[in-house]
Design a protein. Structure first.
Length: 146
């Protein structure tokens, strides 16, 4: 499906590096939003009852915009706080929080009234936590093992 948002719209929401191509972030957000729309309109899906949808096209645009900003923010972390005198800074989010790790991701979660993004976010978080518990240092992972 065609993108719901443009590069200019994304750059209005999040401060980006002007030299950076934002297409990968928009494409990723679009793929996830398309899946959300499909689940929402599929009978037996989240909001789908006989093809009805809980999410309007305007809401899907906003979700896609927040997701694109979230994915961009993972690449270029946003400050949560900073001080110039002592040259310290802290950044938004913790590893393993998924969409909840940025303000934009939390906005996408809030906009999705179906709750589907929250459910997949919990699933991703659970998988990340299981891997972290199984391989706490990451040194025990053998990529050649089947």
């Amino acid at each position: 499906m065609a993108w719901r948002i443009t590069d200019d719209q994304l750059r209005q929401v999040v401060e980006t590096d002007p030299a950076l191509d934002t297409a990968i972030f928009i494409r990723t957000a679009n793929a996830l939003t398309n899946q959300l729309a499909l689940v929402d309109t599929t009978a037996g899906g989240v909001g789908g009852v006989g093809g009805l949808s809980l999410l309007s096209s305007d809401m899907l645009i906003q979700v896609e915009l927040m997701l694109a900003a979230h994915f961009y923010s993972l690449r270029d972390q946003r400050y949560q706080s900073k001080s110039t005198g002592g040259a310290s800074a802290s950044f938004q989010g913790q590893a393993g929080e998924g969409l909840a790790s940025t303000d934009y991701g939390r906005n996408a979660l809030a906009l999705d009234i179906t709750g589907w993004l929250a459910r997949i976010n919990r699933g991703v978080h659970a998988c990340q936590m299981q891997v972290a518990e199984t391989y706490p240092s990451g040194n025990d992972i053998d990529p050649t093992e089947d």
